[in-house]
Every structure is written in structure tokens, then in C-alpha cells.
Design a protein around this ligand. Structure first.
Ligand code: ATP
Length: 230
């Protein structure tokens, strides 16, 4: 079976920016593998996740998710493919502020029929995730904009986990959580990825949770960053 993530000879530069360039000769993440990616601020961690999620495309080389070359998919199909295959947790949670918590958690299922099927009873699945993340059930009908930052992060986590996508990518997903909530999130996420053999790529600058992962890598181990000369 193809690895869940595979990058080959990838090069990327943000359009209009000459300063920062990123190149990845080779990177793979196996199905069911949990990898913690460590790197200093500005080392390109979020950029790498955007490339894997297909929200930006490499200028050279190939990014494959579940064996599919994401650049070869036309825009609409790429969005649906992403919704089916990838649960994403961003640093900015990207919630719909006027949508309810339930709307936000179930959003990816609207574009992903297979994932929706796996979720079963959608409202029940959302309520179950909220309970596991210690979000009060009454909050399901609240507008996302009325929640605290930590609650919003937990909603973003539930949205990534619903319908058990085969790949989770998470960008500093615990930054707004206190230690108890962090533990709850990590327990839930690892329980789910171990049960479903989902792959996990989490980026962080914090090595403290390293013990839970199959592999811990540093950006500099596999990725070359070009920066402007000082
Ligand atoms: N949307 C964007 N448009 C243009 N440049 C960007 C964009 N996002 C990131 N960059 C640039 O890419 C470089 C790497 O940033 P990136 O956010 O990938 O690093 P990071 O390792 O995730 O940092 P942090 O840990 O602070 O989030 C920076 O120079 C940043 O300014």
C-alpha cells in the first residue's frame, strides 16, 4: 500500500517572495505512523503542511497523499479529496465564526461522502467528540465566535477527527490548551489514530510530547530552507 504521505524532489517558494524557499528531496509517512516534526519558528513547518494539504502547490516535484498526486487533481476534486483524506488542524483555527459548533465540526463531511458514512449519526459523532474533549454538550448550538480560544481550538480538533480521516495533519494543535485539555486531546487523537491506523504528522516547537510518537524528526533532517543572506 502506498504511504499516506510521500514527497519527492519538492521545491516551493511563496509567490512574490524571493526570501524563503523550501526543498524536500524525499519524505514519507507510512499509514498508521505518528510523526512529530520539530522546528524553530519560521523554519517552514506550516508551509510544509500547506503543501501536504494541497492548499499550496509545489513549483517542482511531487506531493502524494494516499498515493494520489494532489497537484494533478483539478481544484474542486482536490478540495473533495482533501476533505475525504485529511483532518487538518491549523494554528489559526479557521472556524466559521457565525456557524454553530455543530456546523463547524461537521463541515468537512459535507464535501466527503465516504467520511460522512464512517461518521455514522453525525450529530452523535460530534457530541461524542465534544464529550471526549470536555466541551459541554450544550455548546453544540453555540456560535463559534462566542467561544473561548481554548474551546475554539477543541472545536477545530473535533472537526479534524470526525469521520476518522486516514491522515491527520496538525499545526501546533495544543498551543491554546492548558495541560489537562492538552492531555485529553492527545489521548483522544492517539486512541483514534491507533484504532483506525490513520497517519499523523504533527508540527511543534515543543519536544515534550515526543514519547507518544513513533518517530520524532527535525525539519533540518530532511528539508532544506533557503533564506536571504543577512
Ligand atoms: N501565506 C504566506 N504567504 C507568504 N509567505 C508566507 C506565508 N506563510 C508563511 N510564509 C513565509 O514562509 C516562511 C516560513 O513560515 P512558516 O509559517 O511555514 O514557518 P513555521 O515553522 O510554521 O513558523 P511558526 O512556528 O512560527 O509557525 C516565513 O518566512 C513566512 O513569512
Amino acid at each position: 500500500m502506498a504511504p499516506i504521505i510521500s514527497l519527492q524532489d519538492v521545491q516551493f517558494r511563496w509567490p512574490g517572495r524571493t526570501g524563503f524557499g523550501l526543498s524536500v528531496p524525499q519524505f514519507e509517512l507510512a499509514r498508521g505512523e505518528a510523526v512529530l516534526l520539530l522546528g524553530a519558528s519560521g523554519s517552514g513547518k506550516s508551509t510544509l503542511l500547506s503543501l501536504i494539504g494541497g492548499t499550496v502547490l509545489a513549483s517542482q516535484g511531487t506531493v502524494r497523499v494516499a498515493g494520489e498526486d494532489i497537484a494533478s487533481l483539478p481544484g474542486g476534486r482536490r478540495d473533495r479529496f482533501r476533505a475525504e483524506q485529511i483532518g487538518m488542524i491549523f494554528q489559526q483555527f479557521n472556524l466559521l465564526p457565525f456557524g454553530s459548533v455543530l456546523d463547524n465540526i461537521t463541515l468537512p463531511l459535507r464535501f466527503a461522502p465516504e467520511r460522512r458514512k464512517r461518521a455514522g449519526d453525525v450529530q452523535r459523532a460530534a457530541a461524542g467528540l465534544c464529550a471526549a474533549l470536555a466541551l459541554p454538550e450544550g455548546l453544540l448550538t453555540a456560535k463559534a465566535a462566542t467561544l473561548s480560544v481554548g474551546q475554539q481550538q477543541r472545536v477545530a480538533v473535533a472537526r479534524a477527527l470526525i469521520g476518522t480521516p486516514p491522515l491527520l495533519i496538525a499545526d501546533e494543535p495544543t498551543s491554546a490548551l492548558d495541560e489537562t485539555a492538552q492531555g485529553q486531546f492527545l489521548d483522544l487523537m492517539f486512541q483514534q489514530i491507533r484504532a483506525q491506523r490513520s497517519g499523523l504528522l504533527m508540527v511543534s516547537h515543543d519536544p515534550r510530547m515526543a514519547d507518544r510518537f513513533d518517530r520524532v524528526i527535525e525539519m533540518a533532517d530532511f528539508l532544506h530552507v533557503e533564506r536571504p543572506a543577512a
